[in-house]
Unconditional design. Sequence first.
Length: 254
Amino acid sequence: MKSWIKYTLIAAAIIAGGALFYKKVYVVKSTFEMTQPTKGDLKVSVKGIGNVDAKNIYAITAQSGGRIDEIHFDEGMWVKKGDFLLSIDAVELPSLIGEAKATLQKSSHEAASAKENIASLDAQKVLFEATHERYKKLLEQKFVSQSGKSMQVVHCDEAQLDVIAELFNDYRIFYQLPSDVPACRAFIQQNLQQKRSVIFLLLDQEGRAVGFSQLYPAISSLGMSPYHYLSDLYVAKSERQHGYARHLITGGSS
């Protein structure tokens, strides 16, 4: 073979190998491709491991306790109202029934007592309203004290026991009750000694007792504090129409 042909074949082989190497190895290959956008939903899947719990959990209890003989359901079962879930031993039922009867009887007594208390409170309300209206009318009359007379309201103690007993007896006679000075004296004495009430005497310029007021302690639920309410107010018949009741009311309030 002629040498030029030999060298021509070698050169052709070298060129072909270089072209192949350049195309397969040297030239950087693209890692993407062109496409046209389309409108649609993007689907994403997330995988994980965990526990699924109920959103709402309700405790189911029996109205009465006892030893369970048999359970008629398994965990995870669907149940509805009226399904038979448990069998309870009837041995303890007599004692449970006895306890229920005792509780019912106690509740009945408490209800009866509450009704009596309500009736008593209603009666007190009527009395307080009548007393309030009576005192309101006295204030609305706007009595004017006699000129030249200075009245004094003093806190009564056992030193004025005989005086207040006479006035208290007259007060009861005014309401058409029988006269009983000893009983009035004993009642007032107990009030003073046991501090069941607060009594004020109205004295004229000569120091004579012409009236009295008696207040009893109470508790205000709304005000959350103790207070005294005016129960009795009396002015001697000969000293009325002069505004002396106002002295007792304002003096007792102060």
